[in-house]
Design a protein around this ligand. Sequence first.
Ligand SMILES: *Cc1c(COP(=O)(O)O)cnc(C)c1O
Length: 221
Amino acid sequence: MPVKENLGALRVRVTSAANAAGRKPEAIRLIAVCKQVEAANIEAAIAAGCAVFAENYVQEAKAKWTGLRARHTGLELQLIGHLQSNKAGDAVALFDCIATLDRPKLAHTLSAEMQKQKKRVALLIEVNIGDEPQKSGCGIDDVPALLKLARGELNLPVEGLMCVPPAAADPAPYFRKLAQLGKDYSLPRLSMGMSADFESAIAAGATDVRIGSALFGERVR
Ligand SMILES: *Cc1c(COP(=O)(O)O)cnc(C)c1O
């Protein structure tokens, strides 16, 4: 699997999308999404220069990254999948950033775990930007209250917002909506855009694009 070539092509595309939007390419981080990707392929991505990785499941991440972390320093690992409160301890121990804070109970649990482990983990609020009933994520109208609790009362390091727009629709209006929310609440980091739509996300202001299949190849499941 030509991870190195894929990464090179992706960097070119990120740069041209940034230039087209009048933005600095360095302002956009390419995050390698490695759900279902074996450690050997992750090693290839590390060798090719990837430094930021994301996983969807705590258990899968723990199994793969305990060894990877021991072999490589200076990497950043993010959680981009739904987090159950009972896995919050493992998540705080393993990740540098949790991008799926979406409810008050989880904010309280993460706060307690960070204190217990004496570790600060950057947080993004996941917003259910298309208001889809089957999706996790905080409702748009609930963002102010969650932010007040997490940043204001619990003093958690909330740095930005994350979203996955509805699958069937043009994502651009949803990306713009998340960017507006980020402006409204002074949250500079915007994690949005995946393999199929990251250029559109960059045009709307994405700072973190999450790329899986375009880097590692199509997933089998
Ligand atoms: C799988 C996944 C991605 C990457 O998707 P690709 O289409 O493979 O690039 C990004 N974000 C989230 C939340 C995902 O679950």
